[in-house]
Design a binder for this molecule. Structure first.
Ligand SMILES: Cc1ncc(COP(=O)(O)O)c(C=O)c1O
Length: 439
């Protein structure tokens, strides 16, 4: 087995064997990625790293169709990739779309919902601009009222606090709840299933910004009961930049017994040229209305990017998605423990005591003086020096906290399967050193 592992390491791009990857050590798995041994990449929340094999797929498929007579407008565009990826996430081909990124997916969901003036949507201030700017557009366009909650941050935050916050903000006019699967600021793994149950009890539509979920959490969308979810292909899933996933529920099931929300498949070359598409109200609508096809067929698209994303998903399956999730979360837990040891639990913005909220994103204030948490220049300098002096790649984030009028800055670590405890230790010691120098 080790010999086979070594082969993969020595010949990047060699087809990984399933049996080998399923049990390979994390050191060996790191060799699947074109990573420099002198760097610590702790920024998958911005962009992951394509494995050699995925890069090879990308260039091979590009070469295959360039200059050939390939049909770049086949019906329902790469149904086999969509079917495979859909099954990785527990759903069906007609519900899964390969799009360009999470932002595009979110824009298509917001533009596709049948909003009316006076409808309320509930969301948080800790959403990405991809959510908040699209919701503001809906506000300006349709008169939708956007109600933003500020999520709590800190070591002791609990799941129940978050659920209570949402529960107490729902009104009879709430049409939809928009929330992240994992937030990019606090690194909170949101209680998606519980929020969906809460929404369903009141007939509210759920839209999850799952940009960070693919490749991180072994996600069964059917069981979660969400109506819509968008994901990024290039972050934890380590596919090419310019890939994303858009899930649109197309079944009525026990996990989500609500009728399918009215949804307009915005940007389509497959939507009927005249007349209406078949209705979407049947309990198993796949036979009549393949909403995924309407959304997927939207002019020419990068076949190579889709192929490479599908390959990244296959590699994840070979290693084992639940195994990857366990590893990633355990590194997230390790980062939080080490930060609490070095800087005290009060330095952490990410929930730590409640394991249900743990994610591989950890945000914290590395400076001893609390006033420095408002000093964006210090954070920018620290991150730039960290990159140039220590070859450690992280990022800073800026967000609001309950009860404070001013935005806080934080350093953010993202752990992935190619990281190790050593990466976390090395990065943390360097951050603490630089923060002391900058104080
Ligand atoms: C939570 C979250 N949502 C959405 C996005 C946007 O993702 P994409 O670049 O795939 O559009 C990001 C990017 O960092 C993010 O962290």
């Amino acid at each position: 087995m080790l010999q086979r592992d070594a082969t993969v390491a020595e010949n990047p791009g060699t087809e990984p064997s399933p049996s080998v990857l399923r049990t390979a050590s994390w050191d060996r798995i790191r060799d699947l990625f074109p990573l420099d041994s002198g760097t610590a990449h702790l920024n998958s929340g911005t962009v992951g790293v394509m494995p050699h094999d995925v890069l090879d797929t990308y260039t091979r498929v590009t070469r295959e169709w360039t200059g050939s007579l390939a049909n770049i407008y086949p019906p329902s565009l790469y149904p086999e990739y969509r079917a495979a990826i859909a099954s990785d996430f527990g759903v069906a081909q007609d519900e899964m779309v390969i799009c360009h990124n999470a932002t595009e997916g979110m824009a298509r969901v917001v533009a596709g919902l049948d909003f009316r003036p006076g409808d309320e949507v509930l969301t948080t201030t800790h959403e990405c601009f991809s959510v908040l700017s699209n919701l503001n557009l809906a506000h300006n366009r349709y008169g939708v009222e956007v109600h933003k909650l500020t999520l709590p941050t800190g070591y002791d935050v609990t799941t129940e606090e978050i659920l209570h916050l949402f529960e107490s903000a729902i009104t009879p006019r709430t049409r939809a709840m928009f929330f992240a699967g994992v937030t990019l600021f606090g690194g909170v793994r949101m209680p998606v299933r519980e929020l969906c149950t809460m929404a369903q009890r009141r007939g509210i539509i759920t839209v999850v910004d799952g940009a960070l979920l693919p490749g991180m959490i072994d996600t069964d969308l059917r069981r979660l009961g969400v109506d819509f979810l968008v994901g990024s292909g290039s972050k934890w899933q380590c596919g090419p930049l310019g890939t994303g996933l858009l899930y649109v529920r197309n079944r009525v099931t026990p996990a989500n017994p609500l009728p399918l929300p009215t949804f307009w498949p915005v940007i389509s070359t497959w939507y009927p040229l005249e007349g209406a598409p078949p209705p979407r109200s049947h309990p198993d609508t796949s036979a009549t209305n393949n909403i995924g096809d309407y959304l997927q067929s939207a002019g020419s698209a990068s076949v190579a990017r889709a192929a490479a994303l599908a390959r990244a998903c296959e590699v994840w399956n070979l290693i084992g998605r639940s195994r990857i999730e366990e590893r990633i979360l355990s590194l997230g837990r390790y980062a939080k423990r080490r930060i609490a040891e070095e800087l005290g639990p009060g330095a952490l913005y990410s929930p730590t005591a409640d394991e249900r909220l743990n994610s591989p994103l950890t945000t914290f204030n590395p400076f001893r003086d609390p006033a420095d948490a408002y000093d964006g220049m210090k954070f920018e300098t620290l991150i730039a020096r960290l990159e140039h002096e220590d070859r450690v790649w992280i990022r800073w984030v800026e967000f609001d906290v309950p009860g404070s009028a001013r935005m806080r800055y934080a350093a953010r670590f993202c752990t992935h399967l190619f990281n190790s405890e050593d990466d976390v230790d090395r990065a943390l010691l360097a951050v603490v050193r630089l923060a002391t120098e900058l104080s």
